[in-house]
Write a new protein. Sequence first.
Length: 524
Amino acid sequence: MNWIEEFRIKTYAAYSPVALVNTNDPKRVEQFTLWAIGEFNKVFHFDLFHGLRLIKKTETAIDFEPIKTQTSNPLSLSASNIIIDPIQALHYFHDLQEKKYCLIMEIPSIKPEVLWDLAKDPELFLHEHSIVVFSPNISSIPEYVKDICINVEPPISTLEERKEILKGISKTFKVKTNGKHANALAGLNLHQSQSVLLESIAKNKKLSLDIIAEYKKEIIKRSGVLEILTPLKKGFEEIGGYELVKDFVSNNIIKPLLNPDKARQLGLRLPRGLLLFGPPGTGKTLFARGLAKELQLPAIELLTENIFSKYVGESESNLKKALKLIDEISPCIVFIDEVDRLGNRSETGGDAGTSRRVFGQLLSWLGKKERQAIIIATTNTPGDLDFAFKRAGRFDYKIPFLYPDEDARLAILRVHTSIQRNVPLGKVDLKEVARATQYYSGAELEELVIRAIRVAFRQNVDLVTQEHFDIALDSFRINFSERQQQMQNYLEMAEQLTDDAQFLAKLKQTYADRIELLKQKLGV
Ligand code: ATP
């Protein structure tokens, strides 16, 4: 149902004289205003910069007529919160007996106690007035206050609306457009969509996907809780080793998603979530970026560390906004690093209430049938994860990312000496280096290559040789026994969490020698 229609029905049913519209898109305000002019006897507008104005429609546009106060202004401001007595404001200038006024407010936030009073005001009900608050921060208003208001959640933008904007702009400026533009704009609101298209025409005299992508990156970053992840240029090729994981994911994730009709015809549910677990630096983020390229989907990171705020209700609001934006951009890949940060249901302590609510919010979103985002969540501590995450259905597969074996280490070294950077190698045996780097993570192998290059640079030579790698190796401090133990723990976790028997068997085979060695060492 259209969001304005939703408002109309609730108002007709006299649910509340106050409506909360969760957006600050000026285009949505404009849509509502145009509709309200035909529905209400008088329509007023209030914002922080212009105060109260009466809206009038002329033949060609809508006009704002400032309302000059004779005595003290019934609308007063305190900090960013508005203390308002709209009845007083409305009656101040107009016939007390008249009915059906609409006051549209475009404000950053409003005090819950003001909303409470307004929603319960018998005068407003009696005169069928409506106060419609447009604000981007509605979700931080306490639930018990929201419950007595009409809540309206317009979409950020629909595909049809974006196509409509594109049609208008391409006609006016005589520029070409195609389906890709409408998709690229997903996640931008109507105002932002229009402005980026105009910016593109001003700069390039055409509609540029690159300019849209840049702008979108900026807008997403501004949300504070989301960030665009750049897909790897060459996809899985840039990930050294982990062949078993790549094969598994290719067969079980990539193929069904690239052939959805075939998968559905066979009754295969499309995969929507992966949980990767393992020590830091083993390439989990890299993998998400690689998958984005393989699936040709945009990738976004949900910045778990930015979700929690000290302000009441803001953490929930942050997550809600982020999830809404993700839904608009979907299908896409959403990377959630250290998903354990989002807490669990049995949380206790100072912020336990907030943590539990945030956790519940994420869980219910993960379980939503219509969710099209593909989640890649990671954790270094799978043992601490709430049971709800481990239960079948939340994540299709749980995949261990362990320290690379020797073949994988060689592949990673090759990635960082040739695919990532063209290192001028002299006489160097990378196999030997791979052998000498047991329990190094991918990130540490990359660091090793960088340190070897630095040594060569210091020596002012043209080629990086074995000697440079040896010096670099000596500079590393890796606690082998600690890592052995870690590895054992992760393998045990893999045994518990990984639900695909064949994959697990192959994984164990890969690490069999190590397990044997470990068992001997531990005397089991
Ligand atoms: P964390 O758990 O700390 O977030 P992570 O497992 O996500 O770590 P990444 O951030 O993906 O690890 O890895 C860090 C860097 O290490 C990568 O950007 C990449 O340069 C290098 N790296 C890690 N694994 C590999 C790999 N398999 N192949 C090539 N490079 C790798």
